[in-house]
Design a protein around this ligand. Structure first.
Ligand code: NDP
Length: 263
């Protein structure tokens, strides 16, 4: 299937590892030029160099904290200077949490709100007018199954991801008249270095291997009995970026190995 993405420009937050990196490589394989953002500039630049070696596309690395207005302005300015705007925005940067509602201070709620919601709000304001001028575009939000089916240990993650899904719906309604399609994706368990790090920490000094710990997480939650590889999630993002997904507007797509316990 020709995805008709050659020479489009995509901005990906959190593009240095995990799902964001897999989306970056998936889009690059389709001939999409990239602006990648993450805070760790060394890792980001190494990733950008590898993608440039592997695929005939232009890639810029923009180290920035996307949870701040200044970080968003930095990214938008770099995109404008290099590409004169963007056709695709992937709001992917995010991270899990662990707290109780009664103990977490206001500052913690605010920090996740800035990262999971305000980054997407500010990036829409910064990039959507340019997309409209280019004849349309695509904005995708990487939320989580936890936006609907919460995990008990991370209430702030659950709440802010749910807000991101509603933001995605509202933005879709506001922008479809400009030819900009907005959708959200809710992944389930995805094998990333972060999951492996956590599993290693939790099993250090116990009789359980980190691999066995993660297999139990998969067995307990996902009927498919395993984590997804990031590439399995990225393929859905790449398709949703394509004009071949032209009727996909304002929806939320679950990709969770059967974990969602309802229809
Ligand atoms: P990782 O933790 O592997 O990567 C997160 C990425 O976001 C990194 O590139 C990180 O780079 C970047 N990032 C984090 N905070 C900021 C910030 N303030 N400013 C700029 N960049 C930032 O995440 P995953 O690949 O696991 O997850 C990606 C998205 O998918 C997240 O939104 C997550 O909530 C969601 N998700 C993940 C699932 C999973 O099982 N893995 C399941 C469902 C949803 P750096 O640290 O250098 O800034």
């Amino acid at each position: 299937m020709d995805l008709q993405l050659t020479d489009k420009v995509a901005v990906i937050t959190g593009g240095s590892v995990g799902i964001g990196l897999a989306i970056a490589r998936g889009l690059a394989a389709e001939g999409v030029h990239l602006a990648l953002c993450a805070r760790d500039g060394k890792r980001l630049r190494a990733v950008a160099d590898t993608i440039k070696t592997d695929f005939p596309v232009r890639v810029i690395a923009v180290p920035a904290d996307i949870a701040t207005p200044g970080g968003v302005a930095l990214l938008a300015g770099a995109v404008d200077a290099e590409f004169g705007g963007a056709d695709i925005l992937i709001n992917n940067a995010g991270t899990g949490s662990e707290e109780t509602i009664l103990e977490a201070p206001d500052e913690r709620w605010q920090a996740y709100w800035e990262l999971h919601v305000m980054a997407a709000v500010r990036l829409a304001r910064a990039l959507a007018p340019g997309m409209k001028a280019r004849g349309g575009g695509v904005i995708l939000h990487n939320a989580s199954i936890c936006a609907t089916q919460p995990l008990g240990y991370e209430p702030i993650y659950n709440v802010t991801k749910a807000a991101l899904v509603m933001f995605s719906k509202c933005l879709a309604n506001e922008l479809i008249g400009d030819g900009i399609r907005v959708n959200a994706v809710n992944p389930g368990l995805v094998m990333t270095p972060d999951w492996q790090k956590t599993a290693k920490q939790l099993t250090a000094g116990t009789d359980t291997s980190w691999e066995a710990y993660l297999q139990k997480v998969a067995d307990d939650n996902a009927p498919i009995g395993r984590f997804a590889e990031p590439e399995e999630i990225a393929d859905l993002f790449v398709f949703l970026c394509s004009p071949r997904a032209s009727y996909a507007v304002g929806s939320t797509y679950y990709i969770d190995g059967g974990w969602l316990r309802t229809t």
